[in-house]
Write a protein that binds this ligand. Sequence first.
Ligand code: NIG
Ligand code: FE
Length: 380
Amino acid sequence: MHGGTYSIVERASIVEERGRVVSVGPGGAPDEHTVNAHGALVTPALIDCHTHLVFAGNRAREFEMRLNGATYEDIARGGGGILSTVKATRAASEAQLTASALARLDAMLSEGVGTVEVKSGYGLDVESELKCLRVARSLARDRPVTIVTTLLGAHTVPPEFKGRADDYVTLLCEELIPRAAREQLADGVDAFCEGIGFSPAQTRRVFESARTHGLRVRLHADQLSNLGGAALAAEFGALSADHLEHTDDAGAQALARAGTVAVLLPGAFYFLRETKKPPVDALRRHGVAMAVATDCNPGTSPNTSILTAMNMACTLLGLTPEEALAGATTHAARALGLEDRGVLAPGRRADYVLWDAEEPAELAWTIAGRKPRRIERATG
Ligand code: NIG
Ligand code: FE
């Protein structure tokens, strides 16, 4: 067995101009503008391509209930779960939501993350969902980070629509998605296709509305059961299909054909103490790009650390450290449809991170506590 190659360039220097990489190569004559990296490992800024960063309250009590024998689905069907966070999030002001999201974002940035996808999904009425998206957008004004926003109105059926899921989907398709698109608050649309979420037929309606309004889609697919979510995402040319614990070989093949990225979320797998793993071998065999993200959320992955998610992707799901690093850089960029980042190459953004590491495998090797030596962010 051998380690990966990581496409490493030894003793390289990076030349940049106006926030873009001009060249990456060995040697180069230092001048007064040169920053000597003193042999540090340099990677592109990390990308967390799946988070639910904007929420209020916590779910510690439900964590306790689960450890006393209740299942995640029991709690959800009993009106807790996502809905308990919806209650707290509806009651919170934009300023309160911004403050708590910034605290979580700062933890992410301290590990060298430069791009974060942020979903709504804890508002579940038109005004509350737009409120959460505005908060998400505002984070990029407060911190040096790129925020990609996703409307996850189809996260679960809100209490006022209990027993009328189809009517709620109509509200999403006819009011929320059009407004989020018109007000440029959402860069994409997501849905939770699951027994405790939305059926494939309902998800299809959401995706059709997204398409009508010019928004790309992604999907919480096959997390707790196989409803054919991966194939459905692929059919709509989704940028990503996420979770995928119950995806079968045909689903993996569909993702490959569509060029949809598989986003693995080992934090949720760990926190829900799942035993069914996503089909990593099939994804590899069919050539599906695999990304890794924190899924930072109060119910299934209260974790802000992308490095810990990379470690878990290796220890729990069997990725190699090289795959985990690609999962938080180049493949994560693809999952967000961003072509200007995720690798250090001419023309890409000059966002990079210097690590005190001798081996690139060190980034996924440590469980917690690692911080970069220095973070360089593109300006201009
Ligand atoms: O990515 N699966 C659905 N959505 C989230 C969890 C949301 C919650 O429990 O609050 C997830 O796991
Ligand atoms: Fe999620």
